[in-house]
Design a protein around this ligand. Structure first.
Ligand code: GTP
Ligand code: MG
Length: 501
């Protein structure tokens, strides 16, 4: 954890933004092509927990499995990450969803209204449902990825509310790497869409990261439609959509199949749970946010494949509890598993989804798992709870196909290049030790000439080394455990996939 903290604090000293509006056609490599190669009612307070949440009082005893039938197995579960530029309204929209789904009562809202007012942040009260810590409330900015749950008729959702501020991109990466789908929140307010969309704005960076991190479907919500500078203007909505489409395509999204747009007001709660009333907006007759979320089809992982759950966080609570998302396979009460890379043998004592104890859980579930056989001190985030018969691979070196996005000051990329590697919940310093071959982005074929260095936009096969043993897989075997990003000085410089270990 310490190293991770260090790395994160290094990244907080990120280089300043490069401003200037950018023509979406003129830069940034096409990630698509890259992909082709391959009152305190305590209940209310629990709604949004940060990923690093402390154990709740109710964990203190191990309740029996309430649900013998494991009801949860009948309704699909999706992780939705809320992404987008700072102040776009991610936390407000997330909070509103919880309010509209009946999880936060009026009294709590009134309390937040007062608290927000006392902090001179009147309009932030809805965001306080998701932004639970003092720093977040004082500054009006999400820092840690907030977590909350809600259900529709067909789906159980976990909301992961990412921070938009550029200093916290590593936290956003961690949130997005657990997500199945993304809600990209864009502010329609005059000037705000523009700032988020500029080079260096997080609308861009988040979209590219989300795609690289395996968020295959995006719902783009054009928010703040109620703002006086917008007033539900169709022209403004169309302008934003028309500017976003080419950029989303360029980032690798198939806009027709994988992306949909809708106008909302997170603050007013409009077009979220129910469709828009004509009195608010005469031109929109499309779905509301809940409907859109419900109808998204996402292929789920294979419940039969070997079990893998990267550990995001851990704490002591009547034994050791680990948190994470099941990337593949199935976990059952009483299972004997391994914690990799250290090969510690552990036994599953209890499995929790939200606050509920269950017998069994499959791919895509966000879990807390109580284990025996290991001390909390012996775990680090980035370790992986694995099938004992078929554990995850461990490496200090691997071969990867990298796409160089944008190097700092247009530097060149050679052997010896050092960066911070983010792969599932691992954050680790790495070095490129050898460039093996360059790949022609157009033909997808290797270029025969020996490669000593490459520049922005290049695709290159290289050997990557890390100082500590890490758990990864080949992209072709477990995409989610084999795709990564490289960052230097707080900027994403390359994305990659592991081709050989
Ligand atoms: P970060 O976590 O810092 O990235 O910001 P965020 O995207 O979570 O934004 P947040 O929800 O904190 O909202 C930022 C500001 O925008 C607050 O003042 C909100 O009240 C305001 N806001 C959010 N949604 C709406 C909306 O639909 N309409 C209007 N008028 N204001 C909104
Ligand atoms: Mg926020």
């Amino acid at each position: 954890m310490d190293l991770e903290e260090d790395i994160r604090s290094l990244q907080l000293d990120s280089a300043e933004d490069i401003n200037g509006v950018v023509n979406p056609e003129d830069e940034k490599p096409d990630v698509d092509n890259f992909d082709k190669i391959e009152d305190e009612d305590p209940k209310q307070e629990v709604q949004a927990q940060s990923v690093e949440a402390e154990p709740k009082a109710k964990d203190k005893e191990i309740p029996p499995v309430q649900d013998e039938e494991d009801e949860h197995m009948k309704k699909r579960h999706l992780n939705v990450v809320f992404i987008g530029h700072v102040d776009a309204g991610k936390s407000t929209t997330g909070g509103q969803i919880l309010f509209l789904s009946g999880q936060v009562d009026d009294r709590t809202i009134q309390k937040y209204e007062k608290e927000a007012k006392d902090k001179s942040r009147e309009s932030w009260y809805m965001a306080y449902i998701m932004d639970t810590n003092e720093e977040e409330r004082v500054k009006g900015k999400t820092v840690e990825v907030g977590r909350a749950h809600f259900e529709t008729d067909t789906t159980r959702f976990t909301i992961l509310d990412a921070p938009g501020h550029k200093s916290y991109v590593p936290n956003m990466i961690s949130g997005a790497s657990q997500a199945d789908i993304g809600v990209l929140v864009i502010s329609a307010r005059k000037g705000e869409f523009e700032t988020g969309y500029e080079r260096g704005g997080q609308t861009r960076e988040h979209v590219q990261l989300a795609k690289t991190l395996g968020v295959t479907k995006l719902l783009v919500v054009v928010n703040k439609m109620d703002d006086p500078t917008v007033n539900w203007s169709k022209e403004r909505y169309d302008e934003i959509e028309s500017k976003m489409v080419p950029f989303l395509k360029q980032s690798g999204y198939n806009v027709k199949k994988d992306v949909s747009f809708l106008p909302i007001s997170g603050l007013m709660g409009l077009n979220i749970k129910t469709r828009l009333d004509k009195s608010h907006c005469s031109w929109w007759d499309g779905p509301c946010l809940f409907e859109s979320l419900d109808s998204i089809e996402v292929p789920m992982g294979d419940p039969q494949s070997p079990f893998r759950m990267p550990i995001i966080d851990k704490f002591k609570d009547m034994g050791t509890v680990v948190m994470g998302k099941v990337e593949s396979g199935t976990i059952k009460d009483g299972d004997s598993l391994l914690i990799m890379p250290n090969k510690d043998h552990v036994k599953v004592v209890a499995i929790y989804i939200d606050e509920k104890r269950v017998n069994i859980a499959g791919p895509g579930e966000n879990l807390r798992v109580r284990l025996s056989g290991i001390e909390e001190e012996d775990l680090l985030s980035g370790f992986v709870l694995s099938s004992a018969a078929n554990p995850i691979s461990t490496v200090t070196e691997f071969v990867a196909q990298l796409q160089i996005l944008e190097l700092l000051d247009n530097a060149i990329f050679t052997a010896g290049y050092k960066a911070v590697l983010h792969v599932h919940s691992v954050v680790e310093e790495c070095e490129i030790v050898e460039l093996l071959e360059q790949i022609d982005p157009k033909t997808r074929k290797p270029i025969k000439k020996k490669v000593l260095f490459v520049k922005n936009g290049a695709i290159v096969l290289c050997r990557v080394q890390v100082n500590n043993v890490i758990c990864v897989e080949k992209f072709s075997d477990f995409p989610q455990l084999g795709r990564f990003t490289l960052r230097t000085e707080g900027k994403t410089v390359a994305v990659g996939k592991i081709t050989a270990i």
